[in-house]
Design a protein. Structure first.
Length: 340
């Protein structure tokens, strides 16, 4: 009898030990299973990972995308055209790109869908030194004007500004200056330079004096950047895209409401983020470009269709593209999170 009890006790102890071991080994398996369930989204960026995009870079701390069941990889790029190339070649799912690059790709016959309006405000400008007395677009006639490159948004937006003043590219001399475009302005090599709001801020930090600034948005306020996907991705991955936009909308709202925290995190995550105060000013500028009267009404990410169609028509009129584009067939708001 004692032997039977001893044997039974041994069996029970063994079972308890095995159960404990099984419980211990199941925990990492459960974690691994959760990690495997996270769907990966690859975002092709137009630039390196910079401070104005901090909301895209802080998922480690803020979990905007993790909470949507996603793992997001941001792929650095060299311009909006590069971002679109990355989705066309299958290297990314979503392109973070500008209207000019989008119009150019559509002009070539690429099948694309625009799913989110990242920055509804135009952020481009033309800057001149105070002493040049260039105060309105008409004053640019006969002047030398710097642009980043002949394929950049600075040139395209300069042409928009000139057109609104009844001028064309033939009425000015356009000079490629590269990204350090304020040095030629300060040295008198050009009379004015086309730039962005953040570029102007950094130029002032580097010694740019008193200037006159002409905002492109005062002539035609069309968006600066969109999220774009291929038609195939749009048809096959709508749930994934909807989850991504839900996470992005939360991240953008967070950065608008918490610029100070975003500036702190940019120090860790952004390639240009070492100076916390610069981060804060750049983030404030980009937050301002993320909102409009329409977003106040409908929520972040929505589109003014007429405005974007007007921009596409103007690009054709300026000779930047050859095809007429029907943007209502390209833009969809079906996946944009509705305002709560």
């Amino acid at each position: 009898m004692k032997k039977k009890l001893s044997l039974l006790l041994s069996v029970i102890i063994c079972m308890l030990v095995l159960a404990a071991c099984a419980g211990q080994s199941s925990e990492p398996e459960d974690k691994k299973e959760v990690q495997n369930k996270k769907a990966k989204v690859r975002v092709a960026n137009w630039s390196q990972l910079i401070s104005e995009q901090t909301n895209l870079l802080v998922d480690e701390e803020k979990k905007f995308f993790t909470n949507e069941g996603l793992s997001v990889e941001v792929i650095p790029g060299a311009g909006g055209g590069d971002a679109i190339k990355n989705i066309l070649t299958g290297k990314a799912d979503i392109a973070f790109t500008d209207p000019g690059s989008l119009f150019s790709a559509l002009n070539k016959g690429e099948k694309l869908k625009v799913i989110y309006n990242i920055y509804p405000q135009n952020v481009f400008n033309v800057v001149s030194l105070k002493e040049s007395n260039i105060t309105k677009p008409e004053d640019l006639k006969g002047k030398k004007i710097g642009v980043y490159s002949l394929t950049s948004g600075t040139r395209q937006n300069l042409l928009v500004l000139l057109h609104q003043a009844g001028l064309t590219e033939k009425d000015v001399t356009i000079v490629e200056t590269g990204l350090l475009n304020f040095a030629p302005l300060m040295q008198g090599q050009v009379d004015a330079t086309a730039a962005t709001d953040t570029g102007l801020y950094l130029g002032k930090q580097k010694g740019l004096g008193e200037v006159n600034v002409m905002e492109v948005k005062d002539s035609l306020n069309f968006p600066s950047d969109f999220f774009v996907v291929t038609e195939e991705t749009y048809e096959k991955k709508q749930d994934l895209l909807k989850s991504f936009l839900a996470g992005y909308e939360k991240s953008a709202s967070w950065m608008i409401e918490n610029p100070e925290e975003a500036a702190d995190l940019a120090v860790k995550h952004a390639i240009d983020g070492k100076d916390r105060e610069n981060n804060l000013e750049i983030i404030k500028l980009r937050n301002a470009s993320s909102v409009s009267e329409l977003t106040d009404e409908k929520g972040l990410g929505f589109f003014d269709m007429n405005n974007i169609q007007e921009a596409a028509d103007l690009y054709k009129k300026l000779g930047l593209i050859e095809k007429e584009l029907n943007m209502s067939e390209i833009i969809t708001e079906e996946l944009v999170p509705k305002k709560q």
